[in-house]
Design a protein around this ligand. Structure first.
Ligand SMILES: [Zn+2]
Length: 240
């Protein structure tokens, strides 16, 4: 393991165009449960399966139940950035890292100081009226009861990509561009099982793909450096 950390340190020292692609595992050490892990959200008892609740059609037909689940299980407003978030912000500030691409919706990268963050699945911090598109912050959702409404009478919806919804095309395009141009791609805290994670990684064509994940992924064979450990643990050992 120490050899691998040493190699990672050396690659980071040499690199000046690093792109990070991360998933739920980046936030688990901040106390946010992984949606898809064995002991995570999806196996907890609820009235409907979470996959159903977090879908566009469910939101439209039963916004009250959606919001009950959403406030309980998807908003973790006490969570703080961990050593992975902080290290990524630091790598950006010293000019080595160009972009964080995340599947998380918690906003912890920005809280840690990252500036260029592509949030493929949206963010709990942005909410919009479905009728007039007026913006509402997270506090508005937390301080309202039941279904949050806009002043105009429209329903306020989180800017979070639900099942049955498409990812933002501009975000995807930007992510592809950053990954294509990267000299080093660090992939962390994701099992790479969810669209479009695996597809995006295919756009990287050089020979420094670092995969950091606790468990095996279908892309382990693609990694030039494979580290089976938690991303927070690994990043806390970096020298920069
Ligand atoms: Zn409105």
């Amino acid at each position: 393991m120490e050899d691998k950390i040493e190699l990672l340190n050396r690659w980071i020292e040499e690199a000046d165009n690093i792109v990070f692609f991360g998933g739920a595992g980046v936030s688990t050490e901040s106390g946010i449960p992984d949606f898809r892990s064995v002991d995570g959200l999806y196996n907890q008892q609820y009235k409907y399966p979470p996959e159903s609740i977090i879908s566009r059609s469910f939101f439209q037909s039963n916004p009250l139940e959606f919001y009950r689940f959403y406030r309980d299980r998807m908003i973790y407003d006490e969570a703080k950035p961990n050593s992975a978030h902080k290290m990524l912000a630091r790598l950006e500030s010293i000019g080595k890292l160009k972009c964080v691409i995340t599947q998380n919706i918690d906003g912890l990268h920005q809280m840690a100081g990252s500036k260029n963050v592509i949030e493929l699945h949206g963010s709990i911090h942005r909410n919009y009226c479905m009728r007039c598109h007026r913006f509402y912050d997270l506090a508005y959702i937390e301080n309202s009861e039941g279904v949050p409404y806009c002043e105009c009478g429209g329903i306020v919806k989180p800017d979070v990509v639900l099942y049955e919804e498409c990812l933002n095309e501009d975000d995807l395009k930007k992510a592809v561009e950053y990954i294509s141009n990267a000299d080093m791609l660090i992939v962390g805290g994701t099992s790479l099982g969810v669209y479009p994670a695996a597809g995006l990684i295919d756009y990287y064509s050089k020979d420094k793909i670092v995969l950091i994940n606790k468990s095996a992924t279908p892309y382990d064979g693609r990694a030039n450096l494979l580290i089976n450990d938690s991303i927070g643990q690994v990043f806390s050992k970096l020298r920069v």
